[in-house]
Write a protein that binds this ligand. Structure first.
Ligand SMILES: [Mn+2]
Length: 318
C-alpha cells in the first residue's frame, strides 16, 4: 500500500527535503513543519525549504529551521506537500526533480501526480488532515507541537471550519488535537483574525476598487505592484482579499488579481459560493485548485487579464 511505501522510503533515505507551494498558506507551512517535527522525533533530519512566508506563521514550532534554499545537489528523498503541480514548487522544483525518490502528498483534485509515489485525497479539506492520518498510520506520536502545525493547516484551509470540505473527521481530529493540549483559540486568532497594518491598508485599496459585474453575481478587484510599494506591504499581506467579495449576498464568484514582480504577469485568485467550479476556470489558464477556491497566472496588462478571466467567469454563471 502507498502509505507503507512512503514509510519505507523515509526509512531508507539519508537526506530528505520537504517542499511546498510558493506563497505558502497556513496549510502549506503547517503541513511542512508538522512533517519536519514528526520526522525529527522519529530520528530523521529533513530540510524544509520555504523562500518566503507571512510573519503571521512565525509562532509555529520549527520556523527557525526553515531554509530559503539549499546547496544539496541531490536529496535521497523529496516530499512535496499541498502543491498540485511541480510548477507550484516554483524555483525549488529542482530539488524535487533531482531527488532519487519523490513523494507527493496533497489534497487538490487537480493534482498532476508528479511524484514517484503520490498520495492525494481530494476529499480531505486540508493537506494537514491527510498528514494526520499518515502520521497515525506510521505510529508517529502527534505531539502538541505537531498538533499546533496540523491544526493551523486545518483552520486555514477550512476557513475556521466553515468551508464545504469540512467533514466529520475534521472535528474528530480537532477533538484529538485538543486532547494533546493544542490551543485552538490562539491559532484561530493568530491565523484568521489578526491582521497587520500593511495588510489592512492593502485590503482597503482592494475594497475601494471592488466592482460588481453580471447582475452582481461576480465581483472583481485588483492590487498593483505600485499599491504594494505604497503601503510597504509584506509577504502574505494580500491573503484573504479575494474573500471580501465572496461574502456579499448574491455574489457567486469573487475574482482578485495581483500584479507579480519581474514581469511575471498577474496572479489570479478565484472563489465561488454555490455552483461555479472555479478550478475548471483556472485550468483554462494552466492553473488549478478546488471547485470553490482556485488560482492561475495570466500574462498581460490589467485590462486584458481582467477581460480574459471575467469572460470565462461569465460563461459559468447561471
Ligand atoms: Mn491546502
Amino acid at each position: 500500500m502507498t502509505l507503507d511505501n512512503i514509510l519505507e522510503e523515509i526509512n531508507q533515505a539519508e537526506s530528505i527535503v520537504i517542499l511546498t507551494h510558493e506563497n505558502p498558506d497556513g496549510d502549506a507551512i503547517g503541513s511542512s513543519l508538522a512533517l519536519y517535527n514528526a520526522l525529527k522525533n522519529y530520528g530523521k533530519n529533513a530540510d524544509v525549504i520555504i523562500p518566503e512566508y507571512s510573519r503571521c506563521f512565525e509562532f509555529l514550532p520549527g520556523t527557525d529551521i526553515i531554509k530559503k534554499d539549499s546547496d544539496v545537489e541531490q536529496y535521497d528523498l523529496a516530499i512535496s506537500l499541498d502543491a498540485a503541480t511541480l510548477k507550484m514548487l516554483n524555483g525549488w522544483s529542482k530539488h524535487f526533480e533531482n531527488a532519487k525518490t519523490s513523494i507527493v502528498i496533497d489534497h487538490h483534485g487537480t493534482n498532476t501526480m508528479y511524484g514517484d509515489i503520490n498520495y492525494v485525497n481530494p476529499d480531505s479539506p486540508a493537506c494537514a488532515q491527510i498528514l494526520l492520518v499518515l502520521l497515525e498510520y506510521f505510529k508517529m506520536e502527534i505531539t502538541k507541537e505537531i498538533g499546533t502545525c496540523l491544526l493551523t493547516g486545518i483552520i486555514t484551509d477550512t476557513g475556521g471550519f466553515k468551508y464545504q470540505g469540512t467533514n466529520v473527521e475534521t472535528f474528530e481530529f480537532v477533538a484529538e488535537l485538543l486532547n494533546k493540549g493544542v490551543n485552538v483559540s490562539k491559532i484561530y486568532r493568530r491565523v484568521l483574525e489578526t491582521t497587520t497594518r500593511t495588510s489592512f491598508e492593502l485590503r482597503r485599496i482592494a475594497e475601494s476598487r471592488l466592482e460588481f459585474l453580471y447582475d452582481d453575481k461576480a465581483v472583481f478587484t485588483y492590487i498593483t505592484l505600485d499599491d504594494e510599494e505604497k503601503v510597504h506591504s509584506e509577504t502574505g499581506d494580500h491573503e484573504g482579499i479575494v474573500s471580501i467579495g465572496k461574502c456579499i449576498e448574491g455574489v457567486e464568484v469573487s475574482v482578485f488579481i495581483r500584479e507579480l514582480k519581474n514581469g511575471k504577469g498577474w496572479k489570479v485568485s478565484l472563489r465561488s459560493n454555490e455552483y461555479v467550479n472555479v478550478s475548471d476556470v483556472a485550468l483554462l489558464f494552466g492553473g488549478g485548485g478546488h471547485p470553490r477556491a482556485a488560482g492561475c497566472n495570466i500574462q498581460g496588462d490589467l485590462q486584458s487579464v481582467k477581460d480574459k478571466i471575467m469572460n470565462e467567469v461569465r460563461a459559468c454563471l447561471k
